[in-house]
Design a protein around this ligand. Sequence first.
Ligand code: BTN
Length: 215
Amino acid sequence: MHDLEYLKKELGINLICLEETDSTNTYAKDKAVPLGSLVLAKKQINGRGRLGHDFFSPEGGIYFSYVPLEMSFEDVQLLTQKAGVCVCRALDKLIFGEAGAGSGDAVFRLKWVNDIYLEDKKLCGILCEKTSDRVVVGIGLNLKTEGFPNELKEIAIGLFDPFVTDRIEILKSIDQEQFYEHFVAETIALLNGLISEEEIKSEYLKRQYTLPEKA
Ligand code: BTN
């Protein structure tokens, strides 16, 4: 299982760990951090989502932005899809082991274009942004929804919410302290790997989620 040391040593990633920041994406874009940097923050004051939405980012969640070394990502939408697939694969691996969740329906699913759903609620958001000299891949994962405003509680879910751990028994045996580091490292290692456009698109489709129709 990968850890942050692996990212530094094997992938040459420059780690920037912050107690808090406005938004790790803003930091990665505006502070001119070197390409190949990974910015992590324990909380964000002004976490951002797509289309100008806020991303609620209290302490306890996972928030990070990666600036790939290679500028081969022409298509930000495909990069968003790739990041979604990588996050789902990392979650599958950390929770269900190397073999993933098995052949049944996917547990972690993708709602067009950048949201990851668990059951019928949003678990994770991805915001890819492009400037003249870099792309930034920002990922935010809810671990607990304690303290979320009521309007979000209805639509968001945390991986370690008691309700979820009751449903996914296996989560009880996961070391929550180590999960943070492993999740970040696995996701970034996968994102650095080659996945063909066809594979991204077909896995995205397999995991695709649409909100249930309102009665
Ligand atoms: C969305 O819900 O539309 C995307 C949310 C993306 C949130 C992550 S958290 C790390 C990075 N920094 C931000 O301000 N946003 C992304």
